[in-house]
Design a protein around this ligand. Structure first.
Ligand code: CP
Ligand code: NVA
Length: 307
């Protein structure tokens, strides 16, 4: 069974194959309307069930388009509409999903739940964001970076300024898998996950942490950030926002990386100025659209149809 749960569990050749397939498919459907199906209809007749325990705009819409463009159909659920929220067990729910559907995409507020679903489900499962990772986002961002920079990402300096959250965790995993340099800028109190940093170190990762945003950003090719407060954050929000005050991406900060483009998974908060966010270095809309293409190839990987 081919699940897509974390980048670090998937081999580099397979991740590369997904990106290559996405590139090919994106190019091939240039003239097609948004709901026209790819000529080969590789997932004709297949049903993707997606379930959200947390809000989503992009992941929801891009998976919808992804499966439709591959010839399949989709059902979107919210946990609170299911008996699962009212006492039906997770194992029974997983068995039912496997009876009706062909793949399951889950956005969850608990990594444990993702593991439990994986244990009891007999169809591929995709992690559409958990408290600890956001792998479909980051694989798509690798695709977008190579598309913009027209270079293999291993030749680029990538910089993350912001919270050590789920998106950064997946970026750390990607930096090892795709061998790119990653500089992280965050307040010391919010340094990245130690377990993941040790894993990266043991796997030849080239990752540096700076508690000064200027040191982190200097001469980078790409600058990424995300909201200071994530959906799963149960912290004193005002206090945390204050602690990140000096880590806001402004035009002044971006000047230290004159060649850099700016990416943000969205939705945004105040961690980036309007000038940068709506400026010509920002590629956030292209980044959001590319999720459709990369998710198509992730789906094909899960359905064992990646050629
Ligand atoms: N970037 C992202 O996953 O967006 P949504 O939360 O809107 O799905
Ligand atoms: N880190 C953010 C990502 C949203 C797409 C969150 O988990 O809320």
């Amino acid at each position: 069974m081919k699940h897509f749960i974390n980048i670090k569990d998937i081999s580099t050749p397979v991740l590369r194959k997904i990106i290559f397939d996405a590139k090919k498919r994106k190019l091939k459907r240039k003239k097609l309307n948004v709901l026209e199906v790819d000529k080969d209809q590789p997932l004709k007749g297949k049903l993707l069930i997606q379930m959200f325990e947390k809000s989503s705009t992009r992941t929801r819409l891009s998976f919808y388009l992804a499966i439709r463009q591959l010839g399949g159909g989709i059902l979107t659920l919210r946990t609170d509409e299911l008996h699962l929220a009212k006492g039906e067990s997770l194992p029974d729910t997983a068995r039912i999903l496997s009876t009706y559907g062909n793949a399951f995409m889950l956005r969850t507020d608990s990594d444990e739940k993702l593991k439990e679903f994986k244990k009891y489900i007999s169809i591929p499962i995709i992690n559409g964001l958990s408290p600890s990772s956001h792998p479909t986002q980051i694989l798509s961002d690798v695709f977008t970076i190579e598309e913009i920079k027209k270079k293999n990402i291993s030749k680029l300096n990538i910089c993350w300024i912001g919270d050590s959250n789920n998106v950064l965790n997946s970026l750390i995993e990607a930096s090892v898998k795709f061998s790119f340099k990653l500089k992280i800028g965050c307040p010391k109190k919010y340094n990245p996950n130690k377990y993941l940093m040790t894993w990266a170190k043991n796997n030849k990762g080239n990752i540096k942490i700076f508690n000064d945003p200027k040191k982190a950003i200097i001469n980078s090719d790409v600058v990424l950030t995300d909201k200071v407060i994530s959906m799963n954050d149960k912290v004193n929000k005002q206090k945390k926002k204050k602690e990140f005050k000096n880590f806001k991406i402004t035009s002044k900060l971006m000047k230290l990386a004159p060649k850099a483009c700016f990416l943000h998974c969205l939705p945004r908060g105040k961690e980036v100025s309007d000038e940068v966010f709506y400026g010509n270095k920002s590629k956030v809309w292209q980044q959001a659209l590319n999720r459709v293409y990369v998710q198509k190839s992730i789906l094909l990987y899960c359905f064992d149809k990646l050629r």
